[in-house]
Write a protein that binds this ligand. Structure first.
Ligand code: BGP
Length: 474
């Protein structure tokens, strides 16, 4: 017999500003690094960008009406820093604040709790140009000012906040694989920028407690629990390495204020460990999040990799053709391996609901904090039928299996606050354009043709509506 979801469980769905809003230059908005990056040909799939995205900026009322029809309890969205501070600092743009105020009020009027993400990758370009963005400690002050502006303005209405979305992804893709702006390949710079992001994260969490003492805040981490390829101790050790470098490197800092010993030593041996200044560790140890946010899509399986073995590659498939992800690894440390027990999506992401239960338990044993699933979902090609239906049974199967895993994890003792699917409407996938869809609501557009951006409810819309209505008992 499994435990029930708590009565105030946050059945939600999520998005991010750049991926849905469009209106990239409207009402005083400044340019973000993504506005600029996507203008360079070849940076994204078929050169798609978020200039119009799914036009949520102009259609937010229609979108919230659909959320209300579904009975959604929570909607996680991000605020574009460049709408609030067009240059990232100094001058506040009231029109930007007004847009989010209207959205928040619309959500609350429909009994939907807003969950605000403070940073979902759309850094003001001006700060990138001025001092190198995340590579300068000046950003700590600017990010904090921006956040405090939002805490003061919305803290009385909004109780759940996410500080940084997937710091592990934006620093790795930004500074190691060069697939996100600023598209640099330099591990040392990644580790420095990452340390500064840790300090910024802790600083805004500390501010939050002052301005919104009755709220909750935490970072969202892209969590891929690691499995050893086999029980060969060499594979098991490789999995320990990967877990330390790819998970604990962030989670230990967020939750314990410490870098994991093996990983730090490893970077020290390479001469690239981050520069720790006086007071840094005190700050990181002093500040704890109220919950851990996790974005869960898949587990990773790793095997032994000899010193002359496979090296770092982009390792991803952004074509939608199964089996095209490249091999990737760190020589002498680990390499990624295919898990024969798991099916994958067309983008080679392993489908693993049990991995979610395992991950939730690992986090609970290690950090013992409440957890909010801030993203989980299936990216697929969806087909709009002539009768205006979308049969996304594969998505229903995926989500339903993951919700069951949540229930099992709760029964195991995990303190789970809520579950946000990625995503509510279809939206822009950073590197995969518009063909990789995640929504409950189909949006009629493709890579370079906006068509009419019409919203059409997929079958999963009605299914999730019932999940919410029955509090997960369906
Ligand atoms: C997460 C991001 C989201 C979203 C999602 C799906 O990493 O936080 O913004 O994009 O992944 O990823 P993708 O669009 O690459 O399929």
């Amino acid at each position: 017999e499994l435990d029930k979801f708590q009565d105030d469980f946050l059945w939600g769905s999520a998005s991010a500003a750049y991926q849905v809003e469009g209106a990239w230059d409207k009402d005083g908005k400044g340019e973000s690094v993504w506005d600029v990056y996507t203008r360079q040909p070849g940076t994204t799939f078929k050169n798609t960008n978020g200039n119009i995205a799914v036009d949520h900026y102009n259609r937010y009322k229609e979108d919230v009406a659909l959320m209300a029809e579904m009975g959604l309890k929570a909607y996680r969205f991000s605020i574009a820093w460049t709408r609030i501070y067009p240059n990232g600092r100094n001058e506040v743009n009231e029109e930007g604040l007004k847009f989010y105020e209207n959205l928040i009020d619309e959500l609350i009027a429909n009994n939907i709790q807003p969950i605000i993400t403070l940073y979902h990758w759309d850094l003001p370009q001006h700060l990138q140009d001025l001092y190198g963005g995340w590579e300068s400690r000046e950003i700590i002050h600017d990010f904090n000012e921006y956040c405090v502006t939002l805490f003061k303005r919305f803290g009385n209405k909004v109780k759940h906040w996410v500080s940084l979305n997937e710091q592990n992804i934006f620093v790795t893709l930004g500074y190691v694989t060069a697939m996100h702006p600023p598209a640099v390949k330099d591990q040392k710079r990644m580790l420095e920028a990452n340390h500064i992001a840790n300090l910024a994260n802790a600083t805004v969490i500390e501010s939050f407690k002052k301005y919104v003492p009755d709220g909750m805040i935490g970072p969202s981490f892209a969590f891929g629990p690691v499995y050893p390829f086999s029980c060969d101790p060499k594979d098991v050790l490789s999995a320990e390495n990967a877990e330390d470098l790819n998970c604990n490197w962030w989670l230990d800092v967020y939750c314990k204020g410490k870098y994991p010993v093996f990983a730090f030593k490893y970077y020290e041996r390479l001469g690239i460990a981050p520069t720790i200044e006086d007071g840094d560790l005190e700050l990181l140890e002093r500040v704890k999040p109220d919950f851990i946010g996790i974005n869960y899509y898949q587990t990773s399986t790793v095997a032994f990799n000899p010193l002359d073995g496979v090296g770092q590659s982009e390792g991803i498939n952004n074509t939608g053709k199964k089996g095209t992800a490249k091999e990737s690894g760190l020589p002498g440390v680990y390499k990624n391996a295919k898990n024969a027990h798991l099916e994958t999506t067309n983008w080679d992401w392993a489908i693993d609901p049990t991995g979610l239960r395992i991950g939730l338990r690992r986090l609970t044993s290690k950090y013992n904090l409440p957890i909010l699933i801030t993203e989980n979902g299936l990216g697929e090609f969806d087909k709009l039928e002539e009768d205006d239906t979308v049969n996304d049974a594969h998505r229903i199967d995926y989500l339903s299996a993951h919700i069951k895993a949540c229930k099992e994890a709760i029964t195991d003792g995990v303190d789970l606050l809520g579950y946000c699917t990625w995503s509510f409407t279809d939206l822009l996938s950073w590197l995969n354009g518009y063909q990789k869809r995640y929504g409950f609501v189909y949006v009629d557009r493709d890579e370079n043709d906006q068509k009419d951006l019409r919203r059409i409810k997929k079958n999963s819309f009605y299914w999730y509506k019932n999940v919410i209505r029955t509090n997960g008992e369906e």
